[in-house]
Design a protein around this ligand. Structure first.
Ligand code: 2BA
Length: 109
């Protein structure tokens, strides 16, 4: 068995969960936030048999889209009288960041 952990954009999460449930995969949505952008995203957990991993990844890929976002860099420490003009930096946030890890034991108690 494997645990598929997909970190996805908030706006894609609902569609992704619906698509997984439609194919009868059980999923858990966690509210998370990215360390870099410090913005909300969603972490979707799906426990599946080994031979279902590729099908789950295909559903993730079909429902999650990359986006360009702007982030304001941290201003440097300024001396009195210095002037700093912050320019937003553009980053591409991927459709999904996915980890597939082995599950040692799975129980529904
Ligand atoms: P964030 O950490 O908020 O990162 C958002 C996007 O900012 C990243 O998109 C990447 O394009 C950019 N970025 C992140 N760190 C950067 C850095 N040090 N320098 C320049 N640009 C940087 P993605 O790579 O698609 O990641 C989307 C989200 O997936 C991340 O949100 C984070 O929540 C998660 N993530 C990505 N890689 C991860 C990892 N190795 N472990 C755990 N979570 C990860």
């Amino acid at each position: 068995m494997k645990l598929v952990t997909a970190i996805v954009h908030n706006e894609d999460a609902a569609n992704l969960v619906d698509a997984l449930l439609e194919k009868e995969y059980r999923a858990t949505r966690l509210h998370s936030s990215g360390g870099f952008l410090k913005q909300g995203n969603a972490t979707i957990l799906v426990g599946v048999e080994d031979d279902q991993v590729d099908a789950v990844l295909a559903i993730v890929s079909a429902n999650c889209h990359s986006r360009r976002q702007f982030v304001n860099p941290m201003p440097p420490i300024m001396e009195p009288g210095e002037f700093y003009m912050p320019y937003p930096v553009e980053v591409e946030v991927g459709g999904a960041t996915v980890f597939v890890v082995p599950v040692e034991r799975f129980e529904r108690l």
